[in-house]
Write a protein that binds this ligand. Sequence first.
Ligand SMILES: *[C@@H]1O[C@H](CO)[C@@H](O)[C@H](O)[C@H]1NC(C)=O
Ligand SMILES: *[C@@H]1O[C@H](CO)[C@@H](O)[C@H](O)[C@H]1NC(C)=O
Ligand SMILES: *[C@@H]1O[C@H](CO)[C@@H](O)[C@H](O)[C@H]1NC(C)=O
Length: 430
Amino acid sequence: MSRPKHFFLVAVSICIFACATAGDRGGQPLVTAIAKDAATSLYTIPAKSGRPLVLDLSGPIVWSTCDDDGASHDTLECNDMDCMRAHRFHPPNCPHNGNGMPDAQNDHRCKCTAHPHNPVSGDTASGDMVRVTLSANATDGKNPLHEVSFTAAASCAPDSLLAGLPPGAVGVAGLARSGLAFPAQVARTQGVANSFALCLGNRERAGVAIFGGGPLFAANGRSITDMLGGDTPLRKHGESPGYYVTASRGVFVDGARVPLEDSYGPLAIGFSTTTPYALVRRDVYRPLIDAFDQAMERDGAITAGARIPSPAGSPFELCYNSSRLSLTRFGYFVPTVGFGLEGGASWAVQGINSMALVIGRRMACFGFVEMKEGDKAGYGGGAAPAVVLGGLQMEENLVVFDEEKRTMAFTGQINGRGLSCSNFNFTMPA
Ligand SMILES: *[C@@H]1O[C@H](CO)[C@@H](O)[C@H](O)[C@H]1NC(C)=O
Ligand SMILES: *[C@@H]1O[C@H](CO)[C@@H](O)[C@H](O)[C@H]1NC(C)=O
Ligand SMILES: *[C@@H]1O[C@H](CO)[C@@H](O)[C@H](O)[C@H]1NC(C)=O
Protein backbone atom coordinates (compact mmCIF):
# COMPACT_ATOMS: atom_id res chain seq x y z
CA MET A 1 0.00 0.00 0.00
CA SER A 2 1.41 3.40 -0.91
CA ARG A 3 1.97 5.84 1.91
CA PRO A 4 -0.50 8.57 0.88
CA LYS A 5 -3.28 6.01 0.60
CA HIS A 6 -2.28 4.58 3.93
CA PHE A 7 -2.53 8.00 5.58
CA PHE A 8 -5.86 8.55 3.92
CA LEU A 9 -7.21 5.31 5.34
CA VAL A 10 -5.86 6.13 8.78
CA ALA A 11 -7.50 9.55 8.67
CA VAL A 12 -10.83 8.14 7.52
CA SER A 13 -10.81 5.44 10.17
CA ILE A 14 -10.00 7.88 12.96
CA CYS A 15 -12.90 10.02 11.87
CA ILE A 16 -15.25 7.09 11.66
CA PHE A 17 -14.06 5.77 14.99
CA ALA A 18 -14.43 9.13 16.68
CA CYS A 19 -17.79 9.97 15.11
CA ALA A 20 -19.33 6.57 15.74
CA THR A 21 -18.12 6.11 19.28
CA ALA A 22 -17.42 9.34 21.12
CA GLY A 23 -20.44 9.22 23.36
CA ASP A 24 -22.87 10.10 20.60
CA ARG A 25 -25.63 8.97 22.94
CA GLY A 26 -24.32 11.04 25.76
CA GLY A 27 -22.71 8.24 27.75
CA GLN A 28 -19.17 7.51 28.73
CA PRO A 29 -17.28 4.40 27.62
CA LEU A 30 -16.24 1.86 30.26
CA VAL A 31 -12.69 0.62 30.75
CA THR A 32 -11.50 -2.55 32.39
CA ALA A 33 -8.18 -4.26 32.96
CA ILE A 34 -7.65 -7.62 31.27
CA ALA A 35 -5.64 -10.24 33.15
CA LYS A 36 -4.17 -13.32 31.52
CA ASP A 37 -4.08 -16.58 33.42
CA ALA A 38 -0.74 -18.27 32.85
CA ALA A 39 -1.97 -21.82 33.24
CA THR A 40 -4.96 -21.63 30.89
CA SER A 41 -3.97 -18.68 28.63
CA LEU A 42 -7.48 -17.32 29.20
CA TYR A 43 -8.22 -13.61 29.62
CA THR A 44 -10.43 -12.25 32.38
CA ILE A 45 -12.02 -8.98 33.46
CA PRO A 46 -13.00 -8.25 37.11
CA ALA A 47 -16.58 -7.33 36.22
CA LYS A 48 -18.63 -9.33 38.75
CA SER A 49 -18.10 -7.56 42.09
CA GLY A 50 -14.38 -7.67 41.46
CA ARG A 51 -14.47 -11.37 40.58
CA PRO A 52 -13.22 -12.43 37.16
CA LEU A 53 -15.29 -13.33 34.14
CA VAL A 54 -13.53 -15.04 31.22
CA LEU A 55 -13.64 -13.12 27.93
CA ASP A 56 -15.16 -15.13 25.09
CA LEU A 57 -15.38 -13.46 21.68
CA SER A 58 -17.73 -16.24 20.53
CA GLY A 59 -20.02 -16.17 23.57
CA PRO A 60 -23.51 -14.70 22.99
CA ILE A 61 -24.41 -14.22 26.69
CA VAL A 62 -22.96 -13.38 30.08
CA TRP A 63 -23.16 -16.23 32.59
CA SER A 64 -21.98 -16.88 36.10
CA THR A 65 -22.68 -19.08 39.07
CA CYS A 66 -25.56 -17.72 41.14
CA ASP A 67 -24.91 -17.46 44.87
CA ASP A 68 -28.03 -19.36 45.82
CA ASP A 69 -29.88 -22.55 45.03
CA GLY A 70 -32.46 -20.86 42.85
CA ALA A 71 -34.80 -20.13 45.75
CA SER A 72 -33.93 -16.49 46.20
CA HIS A 73 -33.14 -15.14 42.74
CA ASP A 74 -35.72 -13.53 40.52
CA THR A 75 -35.91 -15.35 37.23
CA LEU A 76 -36.88 -13.33 34.13
CA GLU A 77 -40.31 -14.00 32.67
CA CYS A 78 -40.46 -15.65 29.27
CA ASN A 79 -41.99 -12.63 27.64
CA ASP A 80 -39.14 -10.41 28.82
CA MET A 81 -37.23 -8.89 25.89
CA ASP A 82 -33.97 -10.24 27.35
CA CYS A 83 -35.40 -13.75 27.45
CA MET A 84 -36.13 -13.58 23.75
CA ARG A 85 -32.63 -12.26 23.10
CA ALA A 86 -31.22 -15.19 25.08
CA HIS A 87 -32.84 -17.67 22.71
CA ARG A 88 -31.56 -16.28 19.47
CA PHE A 89 -28.42 -18.38 19.57
CA HIS A 90 -28.41 -22.05 20.26
CA PRO A 91 -25.21 -23.41 21.76
CA PRO A 92 -23.59 -26.59 20.46
CA ASN A 93 -24.30 -29.97 22.13
CA CYS A 94 -27.60 -28.69 23.41
CA PRO A 95 -30.88 -30.42 22.64
CA HIS A 96 -33.70 -28.14 21.50
CA ASN A 97 -35.99 -28.38 24.47
CA GLY A 98 -37.94 -26.20 26.85
CA ASN A 99 -36.55 -22.92 25.61
CA GLY A 100 -38.40 -21.21 28.40
CA MET A 101 -41.74 -22.19 26.92
CA PRO A 102 -44.69 -22.30 29.33
CA ASP A 103 -44.90 -25.54 31.19
CA ALA A 104 -48.51 -26.65 31.65
CA GLN A 105 -47.67 -28.62 34.77
CA ASN A 106 -46.04 -25.63 36.35
CA ASP A 107 -48.93 -23.18 36.80
CA HIS A 108 -48.97 -19.94 34.82
CA ARG A 109 -45.60 -18.42 35.43
CA CYS A 110 -43.09 -19.23 32.77
CA LYS A 111 -39.52 -18.83 33.84
CA CYS A 112 -36.77 -18.06 31.42
CA THR A 113 -33.90 -20.49 31.03
CA ALA A 114 -30.78 -20.09 28.95
CA HIS A 115 -27.96 -22.36 27.91
CA PRO A 116 -24.63 -21.16 29.26
CA HIS A 117 -21.70 -22.68 27.37
CA ASN A 118 -18.14 -23.25 28.56
CA PRO A 119 -15.86 -22.48 25.59
CA VAL A 120 -12.96 -24.45 27.09
CA SER A 121 -14.62 -27.72 28.09
CA GLY A 122 -17.28 -27.47 25.39
CA ASP A 123 -19.97 -28.21 27.99
CA THR A 124 -23.39 -26.58 27.96
CA ALA A 125 -25.77 -26.38 30.91
CA SER A 126 -29.19 -24.93 31.65
CA GLY A 127 -29.66 -21.99 33.94
CA ASP A 128 -32.22 -19.41 34.96
CA MET A 129 -31.98 -16.01 33.30
CA VAL A 130 -31.63 -13.38 36.02
CA ARG A 131 -30.49 -9.80 36.47
CA VAL A 132 -27.05 -9.31 37.96
CA THR A 133 -24.91 -6.31 38.82
CA LEU A 134 -21.75 -5.87 36.79
CA SER A 135 -19.17 -3.13 37.15
CA ALA A 136 -16.34 -1.35 35.35
CA ASN A 137 -14.95 2.19 35.32
CA ALA A 138 -16.11 5.11 33.22
CA THR A 139 -13.20 6.50 31.21
CA ASP A 140 -12.08 9.43 29.09
CA GLY A 141 -9.61 7.10 27.39
CA LYS A 142 -6.74 8.23 29.60
CA ASN A 143 -7.65 7.05 33.12
CA PRO A 144 -10.50 5.31 34.92
CA LEU A 145 -12.72 8.13 36.24
CA HIS A 146 -15.18 6.48 38.60
CA GLU A 147 -16.67 3.05 39.10
CA VAL A 148 -19.98 2.31 37.37
CA SER A 149 -22.30 -0.53 38.33
CA PHE A 150 -25.06 -1.56 35.99
CA THR A 151 -27.74 -4.19 35.82
CA ALA A 152 -27.35 -6.82 33.13
CA ALA A 153 -29.25 -9.92 32.08
CA ALA A 154 -27.17 -13.03 32.69
CA SER A 155 -27.65 -16.75 32.95
CA CYS A 156 -27.02 -18.67 36.14
CA ALA A 157 -24.86 -21.75 35.74
CA PRO A 158 -23.97 -24.71 37.97
CA ASP A 159 -20.52 -24.69 39.61
CA SER A 160 -19.57 -27.66 37.45
CA LEU A 161 -19.67 -25.42 34.36
CA LEU A 162 -16.59 -23.56 35.69
CA ALA A 163 -14.37 -26.57 34.86
CA GLY A 164 -11.29 -25.50 32.93
CA LEU A 165 -11.65 -21.81 33.76
CA PRO A 166 -8.95 -20.01 35.78
CA PRO A 167 -9.14 -20.31 39.59
CA GLY A 168 -11.42 -17.62 40.98
CA ALA A 169 -13.31 -17.07 37.74
CA VAL A 170 -17.09 -17.09 38.32
CA GLY A 171 -18.30 -17.23 34.73
CA VAL A 172 -17.94 -15.95 31.19
CA ALA A 173 -18.46 -12.52 29.66
CA GLY A 174 -19.58 -13.27 26.10
CA LEU A 175 -18.43 -10.58 23.67
CA ALA A 176 -20.11 -11.92 20.53
CA ARG A 177 -22.52 -10.24 18.12
CA SER A 178 -25.61 -10.67 20.25
CA GLY A 179 -28.00 -8.39 22.11
CA LEU A 180 -27.10 -10.06 25.41
CA ALA A 181 -23.33 -10.00 25.03
CA PHE A 182 -21.36 -7.79 27.42
CA PRO A 183 -20.66 -4.97 24.88
CA ALA A 184 -24.34 -4.73 23.82
CA GLN A 185 -25.48 -4.53 27.44
CA VAL A 186 -22.91 -1.82 28.20
CA ALA A 187 -24.12 0.07 25.12
CA ARG A 188 -27.78 -0.09 26.21
CA THR A 189 -27.21 0.77 29.87
CA GLN A 190 -24.53 3.45 29.37
CA GLY A 191 -25.81 5.18 26.25
CA VAL A 192 -22.68 4.45 24.24
CA ALA A 193 -22.01 2.78 20.91
CA ASN A 194 -22.08 -0.99 20.56
CA SER A 195 -18.39 -1.11 19.80
CA PHE A 196 -15.44 -2.26 21.87
CA ALA A 197 -11.68 -2.31 21.72
CA LEU A 198 -9.47 -5.13 23.03
CA CYS A 199 -5.78 -4.74 23.71
CA LEU A 200 -4.66 -8.12 25.08
CA GLY A 201 -1.40 -8.07 27.04
CA ASN A 202 1.50 -10.21 26.00
CA ARG A 203 2.19 -13.08 28.45
CA GLU A 204 1.12 -12.25 32.00
CA ARG A 205 1.09 -8.48 31.64
CA ALA A 206 -2.31 -6.86 31.98
CA GLY A 207 -4.14 -5.55 28.96
CA VAL A 208 -7.10 -3.22 28.61
CA ALA A 209 -10.58 -3.25 27.10
CA ILE A 210 -12.81 -0.26 26.36
CA PHE A 211 -16.53 -0.76 25.80
CA GLY A 212 -18.48 1.94 24.00
CA GLY A 213 -15.71 3.20 21.78
CA GLY A 214 -12.46 5.09 22.09
CA PRO A 215 -10.27 6.95 22.30
CA LEU A 216 -7.52 5.06 24.10
CA PHE A 217 -4.27 6.64 25.25
CA ALA A 218 -1.12 5.12 26.67
CA ALA A 219 0.16 6.50 29.99
CA ASN A 220 2.71 8.62 28.13
CA GLY A 221 -0.15 10.50 26.45
CA ARG A 222 0.20 8.88 23.03
CA SER A 223 -3.06 7.94 21.37
CA ILE A 224 -3.24 4.25 20.51
CA THR A 225 -6.53 4.66 18.64
CA ASP A 226 -4.82 7.08 16.24
CA MET A 227 -2.82 4.09 15.01
CA LEU A 228 -5.88 2.18 13.81
CA GLY A 229 -5.66 1.20 10.16
CA GLY A 230 -8.45 0.88 7.62
CA ASP A 231 -11.35 -1.30 8.60
CA THR A 232 -12.67 -4.54 7.15
CA PRO A 233 -16.29 -5.75 7.12
CA LEU A 234 -17.45 -8.30 9.69
CA ARG A 235 -19.01 -11.32 7.99
CA LYS A 236 -21.35 -14.03 9.19
CA HIS A 237 -20.03 -17.56 9.34
CA GLY A 238 -22.74 -20.19 9.58
CA GLU A 239 -24.82 -19.78 12.70
CA SER A 240 -21.95 -18.54 14.81
CA PRO A 241 -22.42 -15.25 16.70
CA GLY A 242 -18.62 -14.73 16.63
CA TYR A 243 -16.43 -12.37 14.62
CA TYR A 244 -15.27 -13.28 11.13
CA VAL A 245 -13.57 -11.34 8.36
CA THR A 246 -12.63 -12.42 4.86
CA ALA A 247 -9.07 -12.76 3.59
CA SER A 248 -10.25 -11.98 0.07
CA ARG A 249 -6.71 -11.20 -1.13
CA GLY A 250 -5.20 -14.36 0.27
CA VAL A 251 -2.63 -15.53 2.79
CA PHE A 252 0.99 -14.44 2.51
CA VAL A 253 4.33 -15.44 3.98
CA ASP A 254 6.95 -12.70 3.71
CA GLY A 255 4.84 -11.05 1.03
CA ALA A 256 4.57 -14.15 -1.19
CA ARG A 257 1.10 -15.52 -1.70
CA VAL A 258 0.58 -19.00 -0.27
CA PRO A 259 -0.93 -21.24 -2.99
CA LEU A 260 -4.29 -22.54 -1.73
CA GLU A 261 -7.03 -24.68 -3.21
CA ASP A 262 -9.89 -22.33 -3.91
CA SER A 263 -12.60 -24.96 -3.68
CA TYR A 264 -13.64 -23.79 -0.23
CA GLY A 265 -14.92 -20.36 -1.23
CA PRO A 266 -14.00 -17.15 0.58
CA LEU A 267 -11.29 -17.53 3.21
CA ALA A 268 -13.08 -16.86 6.50
CA ILE A 269 -10.82 -15.72 9.34
CA GLY A 270 -12.29 -15.99 12.85
CA PHE A 271 -11.06 -14.59 16.16
CA SER A 272 -11.01 -16.42 19.48
CA THR A 273 -9.92 -15.37 22.94
CA THR A 274 -10.34 -18.92 24.22
CA THR A 275 -7.83 -20.69 22.00
CA PRO A 276 -4.18 -19.79 22.72
CA TYR A 277 -2.86 -20.36 19.17
CA ALA A 278 -4.19 -20.02 15.65
CA LEU A 279 -6.20 -23.00 14.42
CA VAL A 280 -5.82 -23.67 10.71
CA ARG A 281 -8.12 -25.82 8.58
CA ARG A 282 -6.34 -28.75 6.96
CA ASP A 283 -6.46 -27.48 3.35
CA VAL A 284 -4.77 -24.24 4.43
CA TYR A 285 -2.51 -25.72 7.11
CA ARG A 286 -0.14 -27.75 4.93
CA PRO A 287 0.56 -24.99 2.37
CA LEU A 288 1.04 -22.44 5.18
CA ILE A 289 3.44 -24.63 7.16
CA ASP A 290 5.44 -25.44 4.03
CA ALA A 291 5.63 -21.77 3.01
CA PHE A 292 6.78 -20.74 6.50
CA ASP A 293 9.37 -23.51 6.69
CA GLN A 294 10.79 -22.60 3.25
CA ALA A 295 10.85 -18.88 4.06
CA MET A 296 12.73 -19.64 7.30
CA GLU A 297 15.44 -21.42 5.34
CA ARG A 298 15.54 -18.86 2.55
CA ASP A 299 15.83 -15.96 4.98
CA GLY A 300 19.04 -17.34 6.36
CA ALA A 301 17.73 -15.83 9.57
CA ILE A 302 18.51 -19.12 11.13
CA THR A 303 21.64 -21.17 10.93
CA ALA A 304 21.61 -24.84 10.11
CA GLY A 305 20.38 -26.97 12.98
CA ALA A 306 18.01 -24.37 14.44
CA ARG A 307 15.01 -26.50 13.60
CA ILE A 308 14.51 -29.02 16.38
CA PRO A 309 11.88 -31.69 17.00
CA SER A 310 8.70 -30.39 18.61
CA PRO A 311 8.06 -31.60 22.18
CA ALA A 312 6.08 -34.82 22.41
CA GLY A 313 2.39 -34.18 22.85
CA SER A 314 2.61 -30.53 21.79
CA PRO A 315 0.30 -29.29 19.03
CA PHE A 316 3.21 -27.69 17.16
CA GLU A 317 4.96 -28.95 14.08
CA LEU A 318 7.66 -26.33 13.48
CA CYS A 319 9.93 -25.65 16.47
CA TYR A 320 13.26 -23.85 16.61
CA ASN A 321 16.12 -23.55 19.05
CA SER A 322 15.38 -20.06 20.34
CA SER A 323 19.04 -19.31 21.02
CA ARG A 324 19.56 -19.54 17.25
CA LEU A 325 16.83 -16.96 16.47
CA SER A 326 17.44 -13.24 16.75
CA LEU A 327 15.17 -11.24 18.99
CA THR A 328 13.76 -7.90 17.84
CA ARG A 329 11.12 -5.51 19.14
CA PHE A 330 8.64 -7.49 17.01
CA GLY A 331 9.59 -10.74 18.74
CA TYR A 332 11.76 -13.38 17.06
CA PHE A 333 12.93 -12.44 13.60
CA VAL A 334 10.90 -14.89 11.53
CA PRO A 335 8.88 -14.61 8.30
CA THR A 336 5.73 -12.49 8.55
CA VAL A 337 2.40 -14.22 7.96
CA GLY A 338 -0.12 -11.86 6.38
CA PHE A 339 -3.84 -11.98 5.69
CA GLY A 340 -5.02 -9.70 2.86
CA LEU A 341 -8.43 -8.64 4.10
CA GLU A 342 -11.46 -7.31 2.31
CA GLY A 343 -11.29 -3.52 2.10
CA GLY A 344 -7.51 -3.37 1.73
CA ALA A 345 -6.25 -3.83 5.29
CA SER A 346 -3.69 -6.53 5.99
CA TRP A 347 -3.41 -8.43 9.26
CA ALA A 348 0.33 -9.02 9.68
CA VAL A 349 1.63 -11.60 12.14
CA GLN A 350 5.24 -11.01 13.16
CA GLY A 351 7.34 -13.11 15.55
CA ILE A 352 5.77 -11.66 18.69
CA ASN A 353 2.40 -12.97 17.51
CA SER A 354 3.48 -16.11 15.69
CA MET A 355 6.08 -17.80 17.88
CA ALA A 356 4.92 -19.65 20.98
CA LEU A 357 7.58 -20.04 23.65
CA VAL A 358 7.79 -23.46 25.18
CA ILE A 359 8.16 -22.88 28.90
CA GLY A 360 11.25 -24.38 30.45
CA ARG A 361 12.94 -25.04 27.10
CA ARG A 362 14.83 -22.75 24.83
CA MET A 363 12.34 -23.38 22.11
CA ALA A 364 10.01 -21.26 20.01
CA CYS A 365 7.33 -22.94 17.94
CA PHE A 366 5.20 -21.65 15.06
CA GLY A 367 1.86 -20.92 16.78
CA PHE A 368 -0.42 -22.01 13.92
CA VAL A 369 -1.75 -25.48 14.62
CA GLU A 370 -3.96 -27.80 12.65
CA MET A 371 -7.66 -27.60 13.45
CA LYS A 372 -9.01 -30.89 14.75
CA GLU A 373 -12.37 -32.44 14.14
CA GLY A 374 -14.72 -31.14 16.82
CA ASP A 375 -12.56 -28.14 17.77
CA LYS A 376 -14.66 -25.76 19.80
CA ALA A 377 -13.76 -22.93 17.43
CA GLY A 378 -16.10 -24.59 14.94
CA TYR A 379 -18.91 -23.25 17.13
CA GLY A 380 -22.06 -22.70 15.15
CA GLY A 381 -21.73 -25.73 12.94
CA GLY A 382 -21.27 -25.80 9.20
CA ALA A 383 -17.91 -25.66 7.50
CA ALA A 384 -15.01 -24.55 9.69
CA PRO A 385 -13.46 -21.15 8.94
CA ALA A 386 -10.07 -21.29 7.17
CA VAL A 387 -8.23 -19.87 10.18
CA VAL A 388 -9.19 -18.94 13.74
CA LEU A 389 -6.67 -16.47 15.14
CA GLY A 390 -6.12 -17.06 18.86
CA GLY A 391 -4.91 -15.09 21.85
CA LEU A 392 -1.25 -15.16 20.78
CA GLN A 393 -2.13 -13.57 17.42
CA MET A 394 -4.25 -10.80 18.96
CA GLU A 395 -1.91 -9.70 21.74
CA GLU A 396 -0.19 -6.30 21.77
CA ASN A 397 -2.56 -5.12 19.06
CA LEU A 398 -5.57 -2.82 19.58
CA VAL A 399 -8.52 -4.49 17.86
CA VAL A 400 -11.84 -2.67 17.55
CA PHE A 401 -15.02 -4.67 16.93
CA ASP A 402 -17.74 -2.28 15.87
CA GLU A 403 -21.17 -3.92 15.74
CA GLU A 404 -22.89 -0.70 14.63
CA LYS A 405 -20.81 -0.35 11.49
CA ARG A 406 -20.22 -4.12 11.32
CA THR A 407 -16.52 -3.63 10.89
CA MET A 408 -13.28 -4.52 12.54
CA ALA A 409 -10.23 -2.25 12.69
CA PHE A 410 -6.80 -2.83 14.24
CA THR A 411 -3.50 -1.08 14.84
CA GLY A 412 -1.21 -4.02 14.14
CA GLN A 413 1.21 -4.93 16.93
CA ILE A 414 2.20 -1.81 18.85
CA ASN A 415 5.40 -2.92 20.62
CA GLY A 416 7.51 -1.91 17.64
CA ARG A 417 6.14 1.61 18.11
CA GLY A 418 7.27 1.76 21.71
CA LEU A 419 3.82 1.03 23.16
CA SER A 420 2.25 -1.92 24.87
CA CYS A 421 -1.22 -3.03 25.91
CA SER A 422 -0.03 -2.77 29.53
CA ASN A 423 0.61 0.97 29.13
CA PHE A 424 -2.88 2.18 30.08
CA ASN A 425 -2.81 4.35 33.22
CA PHE A 426 -5.17 2.62 35.68
CA THR A 427 -4.69 5.27 38.37
CA MET A 428 -7.79 7.34 39.05
CA PRO A 429 -7.09 11.07 39.04
CA ALA A 430 -7.39 12.48 42.56
C1 LIG B 1 -11.83 0.85 38.78
O1 LIG B 1 -10.53 1.45 38.83
C2 LIG B 1 -9.86 1.29 40.07
C3 LIG B 1 -8.57 2.06 39.96
O2 LIG B 1 -7.74 1.53 38.95
C4 LIG B 1 -9.63 -0.19 40.33
O3 LIG B 1 -9.02 -0.37 41.59
C5 LIG B 1 -10.97 -0.92 40.31
O4 LIG B 1 -10.74 -2.30 40.44
C6 LIG B 1 -11.68 -0.65 38.99
N1 LIG B 1 -12.99 -1.28 39.02
C7 LIG B 1 -13.36 -2.20 38.13
C8 LIG B 1 -14.72 -2.78 38.33
O5 LIG B 1 -12.65 -2.57 37.20
C1 LIG C 1 20.53 -24.58 20.86
O1 LIG C 1 21.59 -23.79 20.39
C2 LIG C 1 22.60 -23.57 21.38
C3 LIG C 1 23.56 -22.54 20.83
O2 LIG C 1 23.91 -22.79 19.50
C4 LIG C 1 23.25 -24.91 21.69
O3 LIG C 1 24.25 -24.73 22.66
C5 LIG C 1 22.17 -25.87 22.22
O4 LIG C 1 22.72 -27.15 22.43
C6 LIG C 1 21.04 -25.99 21.22
N1 LIG C 1 19.95 -26.74 21.84
C7 LIG C 1 19.34 -27.75 21.21
C8 LIG C 1 18.24 -28.43 21.96
O5 LIG C 1 19.65 -28.11 20.08
C1 LIG D 1 -1.45 8.35 35.73
O1 LIG D 1 -2.58 9.16 36.00
C2 LIG D 1 -2.48 9.85 37.25
C3 LIG D 1 -3.83 10.53 37.48
O2 LIG D 1 -4.12 11.41 36.41
C4 LIG D 1 -1.31 10.82 37.19
O3 LIG D 1 -1.18 11.50 38.44
C5 LIG D 1 -0.03 10.04 36.91
O4 LIG D 1 1.05 10.94 36.73
C6 LIG D 1 -0.20 9.20 35.65
N1 LIG D 1 0.95 8.33 35.49
C7 LIG D 1 1.73 8.35 34.40
C8 LIG D 1 2.86 7.40 34.37
O5 LIG D 1 1.52 9.14 33.47
